[in-house]
Design a protein. Structure first.
Length: 313
């Protein structure tokens, strides 16, 4: 009997994160001593799938991940971690030629981070992966995309998912040096840049709501129907169909911002998959992102739905 629960599909990167914590981040050419380190699941595709699956466990939703890992110890570790979150890995493929992606993360005493990513198998994703994932995309209500796989592959996924009726959300991270191609702007339903990504894409750094609105104007001119500008501790601005709004920041004690953006998008997808309007979904997403900053780590920082509901009041 087919599973008819709404499906969220994250199609993207899978990494193992090696995270070092120090009082401050090193300057170029400098070495600093870390106070501790950890090795765990990461990659924006995997993080968003894991965070969505943790939320979905209480909400009657399904979450799947499509992508690649290497045939190495890190790949096995990533699979085990994702399975523990309850993510469907039927379309996570083993790559015999490339290693599993790796992220080297530094975190300072204020919770700010600096990240270097070696893409590995993630950068080999191609048309064969898209073809293999067609059955999942045909079932998906929401497809989550990021930019840690080849840009041409991201575009092809977006076009395929959109043609099959899914709502396509793009997290434009990391923001590409030369911006996004016109075809991609016209193949997504919603884009969710943070402050630095907004500045990179529009030339406007969103210090306040007026700045975010001007940035949204510039983004909307590119052809994307809905926009969310994430302003970190300053809140979130959204716009869709001539409507707009602002979600004030939730008051939490932030210790680690690594997973905030991924948990935000996971919460957004979870709410939208349940049919919530964008204003409500943005508030849910903001609560998920805020809670993620109160814990260390990437995927493991993802909140459960009961915690989100309590913060939302």
């Amino acid at each position: 009997m087919p599973d008819t629960r709404p499906l969220i599909l994250s199609f993207g990167s899978v990494n193992i994160d090696v995270t070092a914590r120090a009082v401050r981040l090193p300057r170029p050419g400098e070495t600093v001593h870390a106070e501790s380190y950890a090795i765990g699941l990461g990659g924006k595709g995997a993080n968003q799938a894991a965070a969505a699956a943790r939320l979905a466990a209480s909400l009657g939703l399904r979450v799947a991940l499509a992508g690649r890992v290497g045939q190495d110890a890190f790949g096995a570790q990533a699979r085990t971690g994702l399975q523990e979150f309850g993510v469907d890995l039927s379309h996570l493929r083993d790559d015999p030629q490339n290693p599993t992606g790796l992220a080297l993360i530094g975190i300072d005493a204020d919770g700010e981070n600096s990240i270097t990513v070696a893409g590995g198998a993630n950068m080999a994703l191609d048309a064969a992966d898209i073809e293999a994932a067609q059955p999942l995309m045909a079932q998906a209500k929401v497809v989550l995309l990021q930019l840690e796989i080849p840009l041409a592959t991201t575009l092809a996924i977006a076009q395929s998912a959109r043609s099959l009726g899914a709502q396509v959300i793009l997290d434009p991270a990391p923001a590409p040096e030369h911006g996004l191609p016109d075809a991609l702007w016209n193949s997504i339903d919603l884009i969710t840049p943070n402050e630095s990504e907004t500045e990179h894409l529009t030339g406007i750094y969103p210090e306040n709501v007026d700045d975010a609105a001007r940035a949204a104007d510039a983004l909307q001119e590119r052809g994307v129907p809905a926009i969310i500008v994430k302003m970190g501790a300053r809140g979130v601005y959204w716009r869709q169909d001539g409507q707009s709004g602002f979600v004030s920041p939730f008051r939490v004690h932030a210790i680690d911002t690594v997973a905030a953006g991924d948990c935000f998008n996971a919460g957004l997808a979870t709410a939208l998959a349940q049919g919530a309007p964008l204003a409500e979904a943005t508030r849910v997403a903001a609560a998920c992102g805020a809670l993620a900053t109160t814990r260390k780590g990437a995927a493991e920082a993802a909140p459960r739905w009961e915690e989100v509901a309590a913060l939302l009041g």
